[in-house]
Design a protein around this ligand. Structure first.
Ligand code: HEM
Length: 476
């Protein structure tokens, strides 16, 4: 079955293939041996997206057996719907995901399951309501304006745009999470998150062998300084804000930290203790800044690779904004810019893998799944699946044109996941990405340094390995 949209004869595809590893070939029906697993492990450690063989991109699911436990890579939209929505309670966050993130993010919304997750979701949901997010728009644009003022002043001919976008997305979160409090030092924070993702985030043998979470790995030991830094900085901001609130100051300041400190479960009235406030504040920063920064970096890279798309975005910005500062109302009007963003997140989903574990036996895509099975839902594989997309490796924003995006199966395109555990920051991130792109692209044209080879590299997020050196040209 194919869920993809039909080809639009009026919009010829650009045959240039944006960079992505070619999956190694695997003979369908063959049984992988120890050597294949070892090759998989080495490839996964180097770059998780280069480890999966071509059959993962062709079959509804692929099964692997390791230490007696089965792992399934599922890429069939109806089966994904069952995992993420219809029978979501049966598929809890996997030990692998917990092992990598729990040392930093504790029992936050991202990692908790069952009732421990449900009450946190209920309690934090009001902070991400439409009205709240619209209220953040001026802060988002101000962060971009400050970055552009720095670019104007320094007038460098070239910048590492991947790093710039990290700094910018981090600045947006500093302003929205911490509000009036002095934002945490962006450089230090960026370095701490980098260190954490490069160490604890990497595929390690312990994770692959599903060793219990308490087994210390080299990666986790190396990540410890980053964790200590998070604790000191964010813990300090929390203590400061608690003290202010106790003195009756700033309860209406509208930032996410104040919301976490004052929110109560609408059903039970339970507030969050300092540890949970810490876990969630750090989760918002880690889950919200890397991902959005990568979405922006990949979009800017693709616009540089495909000048016809860049010309159309510029035209749209001129028509809709005419040079003025964008606001929340403009997000829905910038439809082509949104199509390019959506296509960038299809080719380069910022969060390329989600792991789950089946609690009880179930049936997926007509096949029985045993309790304890590890489930991998990969937006990266799904978004490039041969059965679901026409020319899946090519860049084509027309897939998301109004009237055509509706033909895409809801569970075939999941950059923000889906179902009850859909990214709580989705609307925040989309508004942010469109406003930042509009602000940057009205002022600058960006082109990749000629000859620079871009390689998508996956750990927990999907980044351009070695950054994105881009030439900056100030528009008149
Ligand atoms: C382009 C940007 C973003 C992308 C692609 C993205 C993607 C995702 C994905 C795929 C998940 C599900 C993970 C899983 O089920 O294993 C998720 C969950 C989550 N995201 Fe995002 N995210 C983005 C931005 C943000 C922002 C800006 C925030 C907060 C300010 C945020 C906070 C969270 C949280 C707290 C969860 C856990 C939700 C739950 O389990 O109930 N994300 N995100």
């Amino acid at each position: 079955m194919s869920y993809s949209t039909l080809t639009d004869a009026a919009a010829p595809r650009d045959p240039k293939r944006p960079p992505a590893p070619i999956p190694p070939h695997e003979q369908p029906g063959s049984t992988p041996g120890l050597r294949d697993y070892w090759t998989f492990f080495l490839n996964a450690r180097r770059n998780l997206i280069s480890a999966f063989t071509d059959i993962a991109y062709e079959q509804p699911f692929v099964k692997r057996k390791l230490r007696g436990a089965e792992t399934w890579v599922v890429s069939e939209p109806e089966a994904i719907k069952r995992i993420l929505l219809d029978n979501a309670g049966n598929y809890v966050k996997s030990q692998q995901q917990k092992r990598r993130l729990e040392p930093a993010l504790g029992q936050s919304l991202l990692l908790a399951d069952g009732e421990a997750w449900r009450w946190q979701r209920r309690t934090t949901a009001p902070a991400f309501q439409h009205k709240k997010i619209v209220g953040f728009a001026p802060l988002m644009v101000a962060a971009a304006e400050d970055m552009l003022a720095r670019w104007d002043k320094e007038a460098l001919p070239e910048r590492n745009i991947a790093r710039e976008m990290m700094g910018l997305a981090y600045d947006v979160l500093s302003r929205t999470v911490f509000g009036r409090a002095a934002p945490l030092a962006a450089d230090r924070m960026g370095k701490a998150i980098d260190l954490y993702l490069d160490t604890a985030g990497r595929m390690d043998l312990a994770a692959m062998l599903n060793l219990p979470i308490w087994v210390p790995t080299l990666g986790r030991l190396r990540a410890r300084p980053a964790l200590n830094w998070f604790k000191a900085e964010i813990g300090g901001a929390i203590r400061e804000r608690r003290a202010e609130l106790a003195r009756g100051i700033g309860s209406d300041s509208g930032d996410l930290l104040t919301m976490l400190l004052t929110a109560t479960d609408p059903e039970t009235g339970r507030p969050m203790d300092d540890q949970l406030v810490y876990d969630n504040a750090l989760t918002f920063i880690v889950a919200g800044h890397e991902t959005t920064a990568n979405a922006l970096a990949w979009t800017l890279f693709l616009l540089s690779e495909f000048p016809w798309a860049e010309a159309r975005v510029s035209q749209e910005l001129a028509q809709v904004l005419g040079g003025r500062t964008p606001g929340a109302d403009d997000v829905a009007r910038l439809t082509y810019t949104r199509q390019v963003l959506d296509e960038a997140m299809r080719l380069y989903p910022p969060a390329p893998f989600a792991g789950r574990e089946a609690i009880e036996d179930d049936v997926l895509a007509g096949a029985p799944v045993k309790a304890g099975t590890q489930i991998l839902v990969s937006a990266y594989i799904l978004h490039r699946h041969r059965r679901l997309w026409e020319e899946p490796d090519l860049f084509d924003p027309e897939r998301f044109a109004p009237g055509r995006r509706e033909a895409i199966h809801r569970f075939a395109y999941i950059p923000f996941s889906a179902g009850p555990r859909i990214c709580i920051g989705m609307a925040f991130a989309i508004q942010e990405a469109i406003l930042l792109l509009a602000t940057i692209l009205q002022r600058y044209r960006l082109t990749l340094r000629p000859g620079h080879v871009v390689e998508p590299h996956a750990t927990i997020t999907l980044r351009p390995r070695g950054g994105l050196p881009m030439k900056l040209e100030r528009r008149q």
